[in-house]
Structures are given as structure tokens and as C-alpha cells.
Design a protein around this ligand. Structure first.
Ligand code: UDX
Ligand code: ADP
Length: 457
């Protein structure tokens, strides 16, 4: 069958996989190929057990794989055969050299640019899909402009999907943003991408801009979302001192239409691969331009997030008579949010490390993320176990800490859990998802976030 367009995505991760699956699903007239250097990942995408958990993704993959969606490790051939190339390789925070801990590590990204240059035999549209520092497209252009015969147009098309709701977000996004050079060829390339999205997204939701605005909008969106969480978390600390209730405060504040009620759930802290990374990226960029006041302002968002996680652990220590040595603590949840297997920057990892430093024994339970958590915590010297069934995980523990807001944790039989725990049994609700009064009546000492604790002492 002859397809209308041949689209490639380099990088088969949390972003590339679902995004391309939706393009293939919505546009059966296009052939979509996803390539990755990691053969294990590609094997998993081609198997019944996908490498990532995302609600609704299995069905989409089943409907498209082998028809117009293909997974491969053959980079050379994929680049040669496709004229529209999305790049969604990983861009983690740099761990070495200048900008370590702050700047984006662009090594995978640059290697990809060089591979595109090396294997291309015709002109291409290259689309940045990973989150990148502003002006990265310039570097991509500079590398690609070394081509002899082919020409390349670099576009920025940042991803706004959130894990756990990726399919919904991709099917019905708030907006699609496409940035390009405002030259004749840049505008033409922009239109090619608009046409792809227009297959299922109303035109008025597809917005275009200059390429730098597009890059900066992505980082700014994430910084704003994270800022809301840090703002409410900062107030949660004050609530705990003043007997105010963060849920009541968030409701009252969020009903102001100018503020809105989204991203005001106080929590143990935000995690995930984007928020911290993007803000640190923004901070680094501002410092490079000498905008130290702006950098300090945004850095505060990350500092409050760190503080919230530390505060949570210190509250546990204080509530449990200032010693955790040899106490068994069960973490409900390892993923950074519900409905994903992703553990990147999950507060569960930080809290586990802190509890181990206090010589506690940690039992981690999670319906989807234990495989990743095991890998993340493999080098930690201490007693950590991983048990999928929450009842077995909590049995014999001195405390439970709810870290992830999985729905299933709201529906457990807490009386049964309480009966099997060491007394006094503590319940730290890092997501405020449980019925605190009910759990207190059962016998738990309950410690929510940003609300008065309910104890029996
Ligand atoms: C985020 C952005 O939402 C998305 O647009 C971007 O493309 C990638 O980064 P993601 O990290 O997948 O998506 O999840 P998100 O739902 O935004 O949650 C991030 C973190 O904030 C999670 O740890 C979540 O639990 C936490 N959170 C979110 C809160 O603590 N409180 C809230 O009210 C909302
Ligand atoms: P994200 O959350 O941004 O999607 P992931 O780490 O889940 O990040 O996915 C990025 C993917 O990109 C990984 O599977 C990695 O193997 C892949 N990758 C990195 N560099 C290259 C490259 N040069 N060619 C192909 N794939 C690459």
C-alpha cells in the first residue's frame, strides 16, 4: 500500500511512543515508524507487554501496529526512508561538567542530529518534540546545514501530554503549538505539520509561532504548573502550624475564576521527568543571560518542592518518637503520579533514601511501577522490599505512607490493614486521598498534608 506521508519518530519513550501511536491511529493514510537505539525497548513495543504503562495505549497499539505503525532499531534505513522526522530522545539534566545538575544534557539529542545528517539522502523536516532549552533548534540547524545536497527545516512542536492521561491529552489537546522559522521554507514546513494535526484537531487549536517562542512556551508552561503546586505546598506547611485545612484553602482560592482550581492539590511534592528538569533548565538559561533575579525566582519552585519532601520525612520521624531505626514503613506508591509506571524523580525514591538513612526498613508497593523502582533503588544499601499486594506489604509495618494517588488505595479495607500492623500504627497521607476521620476511628494515628493530625495520644 502506498501511504500519503512517511513519518519517523526517533526515540520510543514516554513521549515518542504514545504520540506516534495516536498519529498512526488518527491518520491511517500515513505510515509511522518509531526507531530507538535500545533493542530491548523496541522488542517490548513489538510484544504484548509494552515498555510503558499508559491507560488506553494497548488498544491503540493493537489497532495500528503492523498496519501503519512500525517499531524498529534500523536508524539508517528509517532516516533514509522518511521525510518528516520527529525527535523525542531523552534530554535529562546534565550530571557532569559545566551546568551539572542544572543544564540539559544534549548528548543524545546531538547524536541524533548527526545521524540525521549522516543518513539523509533527501531533504527533511525535522521536528523537535523533546523538551529542550531555548535556542536548541539553532544548534540542530547548525549541524544540519553541513549537508551537501539535502536541505532541512527544523520545527519546534513541544509535547504537552501528561503521563497517565497521555491518550486523552493527545486525542483532545488544549492546543498544538508549532514553531518555525518565518522564512518561506519555514512557513511551508509549518503547514505540513499543521496538516498532519488537522486530521483530528480543530484548526483553531493549532497555533503557530516563531521557533523560539515555541521552545520557551513549553518550558514556561511546565514552570507555571509546577509553581502552582509549590505555592499550595508552601501554604500546606503553614496550615499545619495554624490548624487551617489546605483542602478548604485550595477550594476557596481555586473558585476564583482568575486563579482556577487545577494543580492545587497539595502533595508530598511533584515528581516526573519534566517539572524539575525544565525549571532547572530555565534557571540555568536565565543565569547565562545574567538574569539572576529571574533565575532565583524560578529556583524557589524547585526548592519548595525539595522542602516539601524533606518536611514529609521529618514529620514521619517526629510522629514516630524521633526514631525510625528498625521500624518497618510501607510506602503506598512508587510512581510519581497515578496511572503511570514511571518513577523518574518520584518522591517515593527520595523518601525511601531518607528512611533508609534513618535505618528504617522500607516496603514498597505499587500496581505498575515496581519494576522501575527496583532498578532505581538497586544500589541503595539498606532493607528495601517490593511487594505488589498492598495488604501483604503493610502487614507487620509500623506505618504506611501514601505517596501516589492510585485510586485503588482509596478503596482498600483499612480495618484489615490496621489489624495486621504493629501498634501504634501511623498513617501518613502524602496525597490527602483517604478518609482520615474513618481511619482515625479504626485506631490509626493519621497525619495528612496541610491539615491537623488525628492522633490517639
Ligand atoms: C507534566 C505536564 O503536565 C505536561 O503538560 C508536560 O508535557 C510534561 O510534564 P507529567 O509530569 O506527566 O506532565 O504529570 P503532571 O500530571 O503534570 O504531574 C506532575 C507532578 O505533579 C506529579 O508528581 C503529580 O502528582 C504532581 N501534582 C500535580 C501535584 O502534586 N499536585 C497537583 O495538583 C497536580
Ligand atoms: P521521554 O520521556 O522524553 O520520552 P524516554 O527516556 O522515555 O524519554 O525516551 C527516550 C528514548 O530515546 C529512549 O528509549 C532512548 O533509548 C532513545 N534514544 C536516545 N538516543 C537515541 C538515538 N540517538 N537514536 C534513537 N533513539 C535514541
Amino acid at each position: 500500500m502506498k501511504f500519503e506521508k512517511n513519518i519517523l519518530c526517533i526515540g520510543a519513550g514516554y513521549v515518542g511512543g504514545p504520540t506516534m501511536a495516536i498519529i498512526a491511529y488518527k491518520c491511517p493514510q500515513y505510515k509511522v515508524t518509531i526507531v530507538d537505539i535500545n533493542p530491548t525497548r523496541i522488542d517490548a513495543w513489538n510484544s504484548d507487554e509494552l515498555p510503558i504503562y499508559e491507560p488506553g495505549l494497548d488498544e491503540i497499539i493493537r489497532a495500528t501496529r503492523g498496519k501503519n505503525l512500525f517499531f524498529t532499531t534500523d536508524i539508517q534505513r528509517s532516516i533514509r526512508e522518511n521525510d518528516i522526522i520527529f525527535v523525542s530522545v531523552n534530554t535529562p539534566t546534565k550530571t557532569f561538567g559545566a551546568g551539572a545538575g542544572m543544564a540539559a544534557d544534549l548528548q543524545y539529542w546531538e547524536k541524533t542530529a548527526r545521524q540525521i545528517l549522516q543518513y539523509s539522502e533527501s531533504s527533511k523536516i525535522v521536528i523537535e518534540r523533546s523538551t529542550l532549552p531555548v535556542k536548541t533548534a539553532q544548534a540542530m540547524e547548525n549541524i544540519l546545514h553541513n549537508a551537501h545536497s539535502s536541505t532541512f527545516e527544523v520545527l519546534s512542536n513541544p509535547e504537552f501530554l501528561a503521563e497517565g492521561t497521555a491518550i486523552k491529552d493527545l486525542e483532545n489537546p488544549d492546543r498544538i503549538l508549532i514553531g518555525s522559522r518565518e522564512t518561506e521554507s519555514g512557513l511551508k514546513a509549518r503547514e505540513v505539520l499543521v496538516e498532519i494535526y488537522a486530521n483530528w484537531i480543530p484548526r483553531e487549536k493549532i497555533i503557530t509561532s516563531n521557533i523560539w517562542s515555541s521552545e520557551l512556551s513549553k518550558i514556561t508552561s511546565n514552570a507555571f504548573l509546577a509553581q502552582r503546586i509549590s505555592s499550595i505546598n508552601a501554604i500546606s506547611a503553614l496550615c499545619e502550624k495554624t490548624d487551617a485545612d489546605i483542602t478548604e484553602v485550595a477550594r476557596a482560592v481555586g473558585m476564583d475564576r482568575r486563579i482556577g482550581d487545577k494543580y492545587l492539590n497539595s502533595s508530598v511534592g511533584f515528581g516526573g521527568s519534566c517539572f524539575k528538569k525544565d525549571i532547572l533548565n530555565l534557571v540555568y538559561l536565565c543565569r547565562q543571560y545574567g538574569l539572576n533575579e529571574v533565575a532565583d525566582y524560578w529556583e524557589g519552585v524547585v526548592k519548595i518542592n525539595q522542602y516539601q519532601q524533606e518536611r514529609f520525612t521529618l514529620n514521619m520521624l517526629k510522629a514516630m518518637f524521633n526514631t525510625l531505626a528498625d521500624k518497618k514503613i510501607c510506602l503506598f506508591g512508587a510512581s510519581f503520579k497515578a496511572n503511570t509506571s514511571d518513577t523518574r524523580e518520584s518522591p517515593a525514591l527520595f523518601i525511601t533514601k531518607k528512611l533508609i538513612e534513618e535505618k528504617a526498613e522500607v516496603v514498597i508497593t505499587d500496581p505498575q511501577a515496581l519494576r522501575n523502582a527496583r532498578v532505581d533503588l538497586a544500589n541503595i544499601d539498606g532493607k528495601i522490599s517490593f511487594i505488589e499486594d498492598p495488604y501483604s506489604a503493610a502487614a507487620g509495618c509500623h506505618a504506611i505512607a501514601v505517596i501516589t494517588e492510585w485510586n485503588m488505595y482509596k478503596e482498600l479495607d483499612y480495618q484489615k490493614i490496621y489489624d495486621a500492623m504493629v501498634k501504634p500504627a501511623a498513617l501518613f497521607d502524602g496525597r490527602n486521598i483517604l478518609d482520615h476521620v474513618k481511619c482515625h476511628k479504626m485506631g490509626f494515628n493519621v497525619y495528612p498534608i496541610g491539615k491537623p493530625s488525628l492522633t490517639h495520644f
